[in-house]
Design a protein around this ligand. Sequence first.
Ligand code: ATP
Ligand code: MG
Length: 424
Amino acid sequence: MAKTIQAIRGMNDCLPTQSPLWQKVEGKVKQVINAYGYSEIRMPIIEMTHLFSRAIGEVTDVVEKEMYTFEDRNGDSLTLRPEGTAGCVRAGIQNGLLYNQEQRLWYMGPMFRHERPQKGRYRQFHQCGVEVFGLDGPDIDAELIMMTARIWRELGIAQYVRLELNSIGSPEARAEYRTALIAFLEQHESVLDEDSKRRMYTNPLRVLDTKNPEIQAILGDAPKLSEYLDNDSRVHFAGLCELLDAVGIEYTVNERLVRGLDYYNRTVFEWVTESLGAQGTVCGGGRYDGLVEQMGGKATSAVGFAMGLERLVLMVEALELTDDVARQVDVYIVTAGEGTLPAGVTLAESVRESLPTLRVMNHFGGGNFKKQFKRADKVGASVALVLGEDEMAQQMVVFKDLNGGTQETVLQSDVIEKLAYFFK
Ligand code: ATP
Ligand code: MG
């Protein structure tokens, strides 16, 4: 026998047993975003490599060590997208969506990062991202946070996530802070690990983001970014906090929250959870007012977030909030006897025609009633419509309630009305 071929490590199949849960999570996320009037944008999965290195920043985990980069047959360096913001900004500029306009956009799809696979961390994973262009007030930052809070409520996970918030100010304020932070880090160089030492001069703010507990311990005494904030950023942040207070969204201000990518300014936020072990962040975002101009467009304010769908699916699954997604089929058509199969297929088609939201499955492959009802059970059907030769001859069908166990013989012409009433 030939050797079987395995999927790439960290890249998972979504099996038929898992897809109902995925559809539920994706469906609820889309429904909430829709309720705020946002529009979908779809970008390619592959872009020019320098799009990401320029947008995300050379000295970031993603660009330094996580990108899937390869040369295509023309010798161009291409990269599988590790996140969606860079491509969204590229698409916005290229298609003239951003200049002097307001855009509220969302996307959903696979992202690729070469990381060590573990629970909640994969090499192909899925994000839903939201990006807003052309609005510079704290009101829109608050709306994005409200939108995410509503998503958690819809998914039933609101009590297991909490919001961390910070302002990282203007690029100028950060430059001043940077100098102070480097001076502090130089005094503690002996404690720093390789990554932090390397970043100390290129991207010292990223040291604040470290997961190394020894470094975290000394950072308690580090100069605080909040003391260096420019006045406009302070006012913006106060405005955001006021709005969140007004709508009753709780948050903690985490002074060390800086986010992993270079393009952020002012507002940054993360939704974190304790229920996923080390992979604690389910959603992260913030303002990136400088990125559009940096990517060659006209200066445009922008704010957005991205959530990791695997982590949401894991949380929903762990909470066993999945009862209502196990059922795959509503109506199962059972047939037995000469000429009943075409009649059953026709009946199923007429049900789909009249009641398009019902999921109707025909039994194929023959077998006695017992075998057919077993299948009906396996797919979670609530009703079986049973057609034998006698029923067929009389234009009748047996309507069987598979949960209640009752059954009655009804006219085929009445079956739509009966199903509509049953599934009301
Ligand atoms: P982390 O600190 O967990 O590495 P990150 O800061 O790299 O996250 P972002 O770039 O902000 O993550 O991406 C937004 C969200 O996408 C994360 O909060 C997380 O839910 C999800 N995510 C990021 N990387 C992965 C991955 N490798 N596998 C699964 N989900 C991921
Ligand atoms: Mg990461």
